[in-house]
Design a protein around this ligand. Structure first.
Ligand code: ATP
Ligand code: MG
Length: 777
C-alpha cells in the first residue's frame, strides 16, 4: 500500500479504519452522528478500493452537492494524486442521471437534446394538464372545481395559481415516490391519475424531462434495457454514497440496481435527514438491510468536530425526537469550549448589526481567539434572511460568499445563459423570449406589446417564436408595428444570428461567453431589476456588474473543463472534434448542477470570506464559528404553508428539529443562536420552542431575553432532565441495537412533509429545483 494511503488510514480511529478496510465485496453501512468522521471514513474507503486494484474510472461516489463532490475530489487528490482523483466519478444523483439519460435519450422517448424543465416550466405544464382535463371524461369534484371556477371567473388569478401549485406538488410527490397514474387509479384518485398522464405527455411532446424524471428515467433505462444495465455494471464496479439519509425512494431504487454486484458503501445519519419535503426517505436504511442481507454495519460515536458544549446541546435537542431509527450516543474528547450564546435582538437590523460587529471583533487580531472570515458562517432557514446580511456586510467591508442559486437567479445571468442556449440548434422558445426581452430596447409596455404579438402569430401559425419573429420583422407578415420597431426587431434577429455563428467561429466556451456577455445592452444592465433576483429582493448591482458576472461564469468554465468535461470525455469516449456546440451543451448541463445548489464549491477566492447559506445547503460542512440566525417560531420550526395556514404535525416538528440539529453541529468552536423580537412588519415573534430543549447550563443568554421565557425555560429544563435520564438509559440499551421505525410511521412522515415542497422551494430560492429557462418575470 502506498505510504500516503497507509498514513491516512493510520490517522483514522479504530472503528473508522475497520470500516474503511472492510472487505470490498461486503456491502457496508456506516451510521453515525455529525462530525464523527463519516465523510473522512468514506475517503478512506475509496483509497482502499483503489488499493485493491479497482480503477478510479470504475468508482462511483455520490455526494449530495457539487460542493461536497469537489471537496471530496480535493481530499482524495491530496493523497492519491490529482490525476487519480480526476478519473473518479464523484457526482450528485441528478448529474449522474442526467448523463445517463443524455446518453440513452432515444430509449426514453426523447432526443439527446432534451430540455430540463425547471419549476416554472413544470408549473406551466401542470396548468396545461389541468386544461386538458377540462375536456376529459373523468372529472372529479376537485378537478371540476378548479377548471370550472376558473373559466367562469369565480377563481381569482391568485386562487387559480394556488390550485395549480397544489397540483404541481402532487405531481412532484408522485414522481419522487415513483407512483404512476395506474397507482393513483387504484387508489381511487382518478383526477390525479389523469393529470399525471397529461403532464407526462406534455413533457414528452416538448422533448423535456423534469428534475424527478431524470431519476425515474435512469431507473427505467437500467430495468428495461439490459444493454444499459451491462454498460453500467462494466463502468461502476464499486459505489460509495455519502449523506445516504437524504436519498429518495427512487434514488434508492437506482442505487440498488447499480449496486447489483454488492460493492456498495453507504454513509449517513438519520438524525440529519432534512430533505423529506423533497422525497428523501430514511426508510432507505431498512431497505438496505433487506436488499443486501450480508451487509456489515459500523457505528462511529466519537465527535471530532465540535466542543463538548456544542455536542451536548445538540444531543439534548435531538433527544426530543420520538421517531429515530437509530439511537446514537455521541461523545467527544474535545474540550468543553465556551457556552452557546443565545442572543435576543429587537429586530432583524439589530440582528445583522450584532453579527457584523461580532465578526469584526473575532476576526481582528486583537481578539483572544482570532478567526479568519473563511472560518465563519451565517446559517438561516430561508434564503430571504440572507439579504439583510449582504447589505450589512458590504457596509462594513466584510467579505462574504453567496453564490449558487443566488447567482444563477440573477436576471442578467439567466439572460446570458439563455443567449448561450440560442446558439444551440435545439433551443426552446423560452430562451428566445428571454433574449428578446433583454435585447429589445423599448419601454416596458412597448416591449410587452411586441412580444405578445410575436407570441400570437406563433400560436396562429403553429410555429416557433423565433420563426414568427423572423417572419414579422422581415416584413413577410404585415403587423401593426412602427417602422422603428421593425428596424429594432431586425437588429435583435441579427444579434441572435451573430450568437449562433459564435459557436462555429469561436474555439472555446470562454470566448463564446465573453462575446455573448458583451452583447448585453448597457441599458438593460442599468434597468433596475437586471441584477435582482428573479423574485425581487435587494439590489446587488455592485456584486453583479457585467464584468463580475462574466468572471464568475468563466470561473465555472475552468472548473468544468478541468473536472467535468474530462470526466464526460473519458467515460463516454467523446472526442473533442465534436466541436464547440457539444462542449457548450455539456457546460450548460454542468450549470444545471450549480443552480440546484446554494453556493459553489469553496474555492480560493472564497477562502477568506464569510459564508452565507441556508441550513439545508450547509449539510456536511463545518466552520469554527457559526451564527444561526432568526431562530424563531415560524422560522424554525416553519410550520405554515405558503398561504400562512399552520400545519403542525409531529413529523414536521421533528424534521424541523433535525434541521436545527444539523445547523448546530456545523460549529467547531463557537456557536451563536439568535432570535428576533419583531419582524419587519412589526409583528411580535416568539423564540423557537427548540431553544427550550437545550439545557440552560450550556447557554449564555444575552440581550433582552424576557424573564418569563427564562423562567419557563428553566421549568421545562427540569422536566427535560428527568426525561433525558430515561432517554439515556434507553440509549445505552439500544446503542448496538437497531430500533426500526414502523413502516406506517415512515410513510406518514413522508407524505406530510412533502406537502411543504413548493413553499420550501420558494423559501430556499428553489435550491432544490431549477428555474433556469423560465420566463416568468
Ligand atoms: P457530518 O455528519 O456533518 O457530515 P461527518 O461524520 O461526515 O460529519 P467529517 O466531516 O468526516 O464528519 O469529520 C468531521 C471533522 O472531524 C473533520 O474536521 C475531520 O477532519 C475530523 N476527523 C474525523 N475523523 C477524525 C479522526 N479520526 N481524528 C481526528 N479528526 C478526525
Ligand atoms: Mg459528512
Amino acid at each position: 500500500m502506498p505510504e500516503e494511503y497507509s498514513n491516512y488510514l493510520q490517522n483514522l480511529n479504530e472503528r473508522q479504519r475497520e470500516a474503511a478496510c472492510t472487505d470490498i465485496s461486503t456491502p457496508l453501512m456506516i451510521v453515525a452522528g455529525p462530525g464523527s468522521g463519516k465523510t473522512s471514513t468514506m475517503v478512506g474507503r475509496v483509497l482502499m478500493l483503489l488499493n485493491e486494484g479497482i480503477s478510479p474510472l470504475n468508482i462511483l461516489a455520490m455526494t449530495f452537492t457539487t460542493a461536497a463532490a469537489s471537496e471530496m475530489r480535493e481530499r482524495i487528490g491530496a493523497i492519491a494524486g490529482k490525476a487519480t482523483a480526476k478519473e473518479l466519478t464523484i457526482s450528485t444523483f441528478h448529474s449522474f442521471s442526467l448523463q445517463l439519460c443524455r446518453s440513452h435519450a432515444e430509449k426514453i422517448g426523447r432526443t439527446s437534446e432534451f430540455l430540463i424543465y425547471g419549476q416554472g416550466q413544470q408549473r406551466n405544464a401542470v396548468i396545461e394538464a389541468i386544461r386538458l382535463l377540462k375536456n376529459g371524461k373523468n372529472r372529479s369534484k376537485d378537478g371540476a372545481l378548479l377548471v370550472g371556477e376558473e373559466s367562469k371567473g369565480i377563481l381569482t388569478p391568485k386562487q387559480f395559481k394556488d390550485k395549480a401549485k397544489k397540483w404541481q406538488k402532487f405531481v412532484t410527490q408522485a414522481k419522487a415516490s415513483g407512483r404512476t397514474s395506474a397507482d393513483y387509479c387504484e387508489l381511487g384518485n382518478e383526477i390525479g391519475a389523469e393529470i399525471l398522464v397529461h403532464y407526462n405527455s406534455i413533457l414528452k411532446s416538448c422533448n423535456a424531462l423534469d428534475y424527478h424524471d431524470l431519476i425515474s428515467c435512469s431507473v427505467k433505462l437500467l430495468t428495461d434495457f439490459p444493454e444499459v444495465f451491462r454498460e453500467c455494471q462494466d463502468s461502476w464496479k464499486a459505489i460509495v454514497i455519502d449523506e445516504f439519509q437524504d436519498t429518495s425512494t427512487m434514488q434508492y431504487k437506482l442505487l440498488r440496481i447499480l449496486a447489483s454486484h454488492h460493492k456498495i458503501t453507504i454513509v449517513g445519519d438519520d438524525d440529519q435527514s432534512i430533505f423529506s419535503f423533497n422525497g428523501a426517505d430514511v426508510s432507505g436504511f431498512m431497505s438496505f438491510r433487506k436488499d443486501f442481507p450480508n451487509y456489515k454495519e459500523i457505528r462511529l460515536n466519537k465527535n471530532y468536530r465540535s466542543t463538548r458544549c456544542i455536542v451536548e446541546a445538540a444531543s439534548s435537542l435531538i433527544r426530543n425526537n420520538a421517531k429515530r431509527c437509530q439511537l446514537k450516543n455521541v461523545l467527544t474528547d474535545n474540550s468543553s469550549g465556551s457556552k452557546i450564546v443565545v442572543k435576543e435582538c429587537n429586530n432583524e437590523d439589530a440582528q445583522c448589526a450584532f453579527v457584523a460587529d461580532k465578526i469584526i471583533e473575532i476576526s481582528s487580531s486583537h481578539s483572544e481567539t482570532t478567526c479568519s472570515f473563511g472560518n465563519i458562517a451565517i446559517l438561516y432557514r430561508r434564503q430571504i434572511s440572507g439579504k439583510a446580511f449582504q447589505i450589512a456586510f458590504r457596509d462594513r467591508k466584510i467579505p462574504f460568499n453567496i453564490h449558487g442559486v443566488a447567482f444563477y437567479r440573477k436576471k442578467v445571468v439567466r439572460t446570458i445563459i439563455a443567449m448561450l442556449r440560442t446558439a444551440l440548434p435545439d433551443c426552446d422558445d423560452s430562451s428566445y423570449i428571454r433574449v428578446f426581452k433583454a435585447l429589445l430596447q423599448f419601454e416596458k409596455d412597448q416591449k410587452k406589446r411586441v412580444i405578445d404579438h410575436i407570441n400570437k402569430i406563433s400560436t396562429i401559425r403553429k410555429c416557433s417564436f423565433i420563426l414568427a419573429a423572423s417572419d414579422i420583422f422581415s416584413a413577410k407578415i404585415s403587423g401593426t408595428f412602427k417602422r422603428s420597431e421593425l428596424t429594432h426587431g431586425r437588429k435583435v434577429l441579427t444579434t441572435l444570428e451573430m450568437i449562433s455563428k459564435l459557436v462555429l467561429r469561436e474555439k472555446s466556451i470562454s470566448a463564446i461567453i465573453t462575446s455573448v456577455a458583451d452583447l448585453i445592452p448597457e441599458k438593460y444592465l442599468l434597468e433596475k431589476r437586471a441584477s435582482v433576483d428573479v423574485d425581487g429582493g435587494t439590489l446587488l448591482n455592485e456584486d453583479y456588474d457585467i464584468r463580475s458576472v462574466r468572471q464568475y461564469l468563466l470561473d465555472d468554465v475552468s472548473e468544468f473543463l478541468s473536472t467535468k468535461f474530462l470526466e464526460i470525455k473519458e467515460k463516454r469516449e467523446i472526442s473533442e472534434d465534436k466541436g464547440c456546440s457539444f462542449m457548450l451543451k455539456a457546460f450548460l448541463d454542468f450549470l444545471f448542477e450549480r443552480e440546484t445548489e446554494n453556493f459553489r464549491a469553496r474555492r480560493k477566492d472564497n477562502e477568506n470570506s464569510v459564508t452565507l447559506t441556508t441550513i439545508h445547503q450547509a449539510k456536511g460542512l463545518e466552520w469554527d464559528v457559526v451564527f444561526i440566525v432568526k431562530v424563531n417560531e415560524s422560522e424554525i420550526p416553519l410550520l405554515h404553508d405558503y398561504k400562512g395556514i399552520i400545519k403542525e404535525t409531529g413529523a414536521l416538528v421533528e424534521e424541523e428539529r433535525r434541521l436545527l440539529y444539523v445547523a448546530m453541529t456545523r460549529a467547531r468552536q463557537k456557536l451563536f443562536i439568535l432570535h428576533v423580537m419583531m419582524d419587519s412588519n412589526w409583528q411580535m415573534l416568539q423564540p423557537s420552542r427548540f431553544l427550550r430543549e437545550i439545557p440552560n447550563h450550556l447557554l449564555e443568554v444575552q440581550g433582552e431575553m424576557n424573564i418569563q421565557v427564562q423562567l419557563k425555560q428553566e421549568a421545562v429544563q427540569k422536566e427535560n432532565t428527568k426525561l433525558n435520564a430515561n432517554e439515556l438509559l434507553k440509549e445505552q440499551q439500544f446503542e448496538e441495537e437497531v430500533v426500526p421505525m414502523p413502516n406506517d410511521l415512515l410513510n406518514s412522515h413522508i407524505t406530510e412533509s412533502s406537502n411543504e415542497l413548493a413553499e420550501f422551494e420558494e423559501a430556499n430560492n428553489g435550491n432544490t429545483f431549477l428555474r433556469r429557462f423560465n420566463v416568468e418575470d
